[in-house]
Design a protein around this ligand. Structure first.
Ligand code: SF4
Ligand code: SF4
Length: 453
């Protein structure tokens, strides 16, 4: 029987209408804007100034703490400014603006297509390259990868899980890289396996992606035949169900282990990385190439050209959209990410980040919310919740500002998947209220633990 997670979940229409679009390379734009807040944790500190000449792959931002990451120039050119600019959400963040010229890569970066399969023997060398090349998690959280690969001394991983579920409707960038860059992803997995010292790696892919499954299995078999460094790596087919790609859901589906409330995957011996992160790890370690580009899906029924594009980090969304023919009149809303968990894009002048996975255009009809009616206590939201929460109750508590009760009912465990909202026949904006309440409760929990220290 195909594996899946045990609690809740929904089955939205997957609408992978860009699945057949092979990855194309977007021409480098005239100007790029690189955010210093591309990752979870402290924003990087810009180390260039207006007038500086930079090369492709040069460090332009340095980490500001343990949980932070290097940022590199995705282009060659001249720094025009360093200052505040609005990001995708419309929030002012420090960006480095660079006017581009033809690429001149930093020395030591291998830009050839040669596949490097030999795994370095020293885990520290691997880890140092991941850190120096600014790799962050590309599954949504953008947590610095080098930090995630170093569990605290009292915790030990025994399994690395690669997330190839891509369970959000519309998104196909992971699907395309699993077909087109399968060997690189498997080599990335072997590199992380070496750092973690685990014997087992499972690459989980949903059954609506048979071509990706075939391609990844062939890559694993081919590499395992050539070196013992690739032993213990397997591809597992998962039953399609949203949110299969949630860390806790994936661990449940693959190992049957349950991560407790407020717990982390490492508590049950697991580390989860996205397939796109694994590709970035390959580039960082085997090619010494920083994370300066990523594959982005541009899609939506109202959009004229479905695409999967390899885009330099810092590319204005408007450059991408213009290259594809411009925004159609019928598009009412643009979303970064999928329709279930994605965030509205405040303006198309904002630039892509390392973690940007898609631009989804929706029509007025697709975004129109139906008028909210009274809760009929049908329980569908609770049935759908993959975290075993009671969304109808959390919504009620949130609307009444009952923070203590919200914490007791584990609002902090909400993964903001939107299954409750998707299931509710009364069209109650459960996700909005619960997400806000979760933010408040997490602030309370953090300040309480800070006071205890
Ligand atoms: S958004 Fe939160 S409360 Fe709603 S189904 Fe997902 S985890 Fe449960
Ligand atoms: S799904 Fe909607 S109507 Fe049904 S119990 Fe939950 S909140 Fe109430």
């Amino acid at each position: 029987m195909k594996k899946t997670f045990s609690i809740g979940g929904v089955h939205p229409d997957d609408r992978k209408i860009s699945a057949g679009c092979a990855i194309e390379v977007l021409p480098t734009p005239k100007t790029v804007y690189i955010s210093m807040a591309q990752h979870l944790g402290g924003p990087a500190k810009a180390v260039v100034a207006a007038g500086d000449k930079v090369k492709t792959g040069q460090v332009i931002g340095e980490p500001t703490g343990f949980i932070s990451a290097f940022v590199h120039s995705p282009v060659t050119g001249t720094v025009k400014s360093v200052g505040l600019r609005k990001d995708l959400a419309g929030i002012p963040v420090v960006h480095v603006e660079i006017e581009t010229e033809p690429d001149e890569w930093m020395e030591g970066i291998d830009t050839s297509d040669t596949l490097v399969t030999e795994i370095p023997s020293d885990p520290k060398f691997i880890l140092d390259r991941i850190k120096a090349n600014g790799v962050v998690g590309l599954g949504g959280a953008t947590f610095p990868t080098a930090v995630k690969l170093c569990p605290p001394p009292d915790k030990k991983a025994d399994i690395l899980i690669l997330n190839g579920a891509e369970c959000e409707p519309y998104l196909t960038s992971d699907y395309r890289i699993m077909i087109e860059k399968s060997s690189q992803i498997v080599i990335g997995a072997a590199l992380m396996k070496k750092v973690l010292g685990v014997g087992r790696v499972v690459i989980g892919i949903e059954d609506n992606k048979p071509e990706a499954i075939t391609s990844m299995k062939a890559a694993v078999a081919g590499l395992a035949a050539g070196s013992p460094d690739y032993s213990g790596i397997e591809v597992v087919t998962l039953k399609k169900k949203y949110p299969q790609g949630g860390e806790k859901q994936l661990i449940d589906a693959i190992t049957g282990r349950q991560v407790k409330s407020m717990g982390l995957p490492i508590d049950v011996g697991a580390v989860v990385q996205n397939v796109a992160t694994s590709l970035a790890v390959y580039d960082a370690v085997q090619k010494n190439k920083p994370l300066i580009d990523n594959t982005i899906t541009v899609t939506g029924e109202c959009f004229p050209k479905q695409s999967n594009l390899l885009v330099r980090v810092g590319t204005p969304l408007s450059s991408i959209v213009d290259w594809l023919g411009g925004v159609p009149e019928s598009a009412a809303k643009a979303i970064s990410g999928g329709p279930m968990m994605g965030k509205a894009i405040a303006n198309l002048d904002a630039a892509t980040l390392k973690g940007t996975s898609s631009i989804l255009f929706l029509t007025e009809e697709q975004t129109r919310r139906k008028p909210e009616t009274n809760c009929i206590r049908c329980g569908k939201c609770a049935e759908a919740c993959p975290m075993g929460l009671e969304p109808f109750l959390l919504n009620k508590l949130a609307r009444n500002g009952m923070m203590e009760e919200l914490e007791q009912n584990a609002v902090q465990d909400c993964i903001e998947c939107g299954c409750c909202l998707y299931s509710c026949p009364a069209y109650i904006p459960l996700l909005d209220t619960i997400r806000m309440a979760k933010g408040e409760v997490i602030k309370i929990i953090r300040s309480r633990s800070a006071q205890k220290k």
